[in-house]
Design a binder for this molecule. Structure first.
Ligand code: FMN
Length: 299
């Protein structure tokens, strides 16, 4: 019989780890990249990138990354071995300028080989921990390792390195006037499946209006007449759903008397008037004026 299920299914225990790993890498992304700098008891430096990485808590400030047991031969990576010896790591953030060198540092060099040298990167001393920072990285986070959580014993098993951030160094060149991070200056990149990476800046960026802090009305509360009107695209309908409360009769009355609506009132042809209102709604939504968009809709 013909399989009509539109979904291709994978049962993790019925596929080999290498293939499953590739699926997961291609599905969950783009992933931020940590360039982890560690040191062993003999003071050998190690530098390797890890994209099984994120932040998980601000108070305490916790980042986690995961050096997995090698799928090929079920051995431990040097980063993990080093952290078991000295429970400190610098997480250097990888951006567009740094990503090719970070990739070079992912080579499986012998433990005594310094990947700073292999990748042409500059080690600079940390202030609170032993491992070196990467000078070229826009943000370097000095971390103490609170816990190592083994997720399994077989090849492909992750080891969560639970890191408490004790000092963050931010290159002033990536800051905006308010000392916040300028996303177009930090130029973050993400790792995807296979050899793919993604950019997180310039035309790749877009904004989504946060729903009202008291919750948006939701798509279900938008009248079908508006929801099903082909003039509005799905994104515009989603923006309309972020309002917490529709403007009341009194607000609409005031709006009718405002200068905003003079142009509309001049239009006598019903169809043309409707078109003009719809264009106004679209304009408001584009500018993020959700409440005004609703005032036009309820006009
Ligand atoms: C961008 C990038 C991200 C990576 N992410 C991971 C990861 O999250 N976990 C992992 O085990 N290996 C990851 N790797 C592979 C390791 O960097 C690689 O195995 C490296 O040789 C480990 O070095 P080490 O033995 O010195 O610790 C990644 C490689 C690249 C290029």
């Amino acid at each position: 019989m013909k399989n009509t299920n539109p979904m291709f299914q994978i049962e993790p225990n019925k596929i080999n780890t290498k293939d499953l790993h590739q699926y997961l890498l291609s599905i969950v992304g783009p992933r931020p990249i940590a360039l982890a700098s560690t040191i062993d008891i003999h003071n050998n430096n190690n530098l390797s990138p890890f994209s099984f990485f994120n932040i998980f808590s601000a108070n305490p400030p916790i980042a986690i990354f995961s050096p997995a047991r090698r799928v090929r031969n079920n051995t431990e990576k040097d980063t993990l071995k080093n952290i078991k010896q000295i429970k400190e790591v610098v997480i250097n953030i990888v951006n567009y300028q740094l990503v090719e060198k970070a990739s070079i540092s992912s080579g499986e060099y012998e433990p005594e080989i310094d990947e700073f040298i292999k990748a042409g990167l500059t080690p600079i001393a940390s202030e609170k921990i032993k491992p070196f920072r990467v000078k070229e990285s826009p943000v370097q986070m000095e971390c103490k390792v609170n816990q190592i959580l083994e997720l399994g014993k077989n090849g492909g098993a992750g080891n969560l390195i639970i890191c408490e951030i004790v000092l963050i160094h931010i290159n002033k060149n990536i800051l905006n006037k308010e000392n916040g991070i300028d996303q177009n200056k930090i130029k973050l990149v993400g790792r995807m499946g296979g050899s793919w990476y993604s950019k997180g800046f310039e035309e790749a960026l877009f904004k989504i209006q946060k729903p009202d802090k008291n919750c948006g009305i939701g798509l279900d509360k938008i009248p079908n007449k508006i929801k099903n009107n082909p003039i509005f695209n799905e994104s515009e309908i989603c923006k309309l759903a972020t309002i917490n409360k529709l403007p009341g009769k009194h607000e609409i009355q005031l709006f009718k008397k405002s200068t905003e609506t003079i142009e509309i009132d001049k239009i006598k042809n019903e169809h043309k008037r409707e078109k003009k209102i719809q264009l106004k709604v679209k304009e408001c939504l584009e500018k993020g004026n959700i409440e005004e968009a609703w005032k036009y809709l309820l006009y």
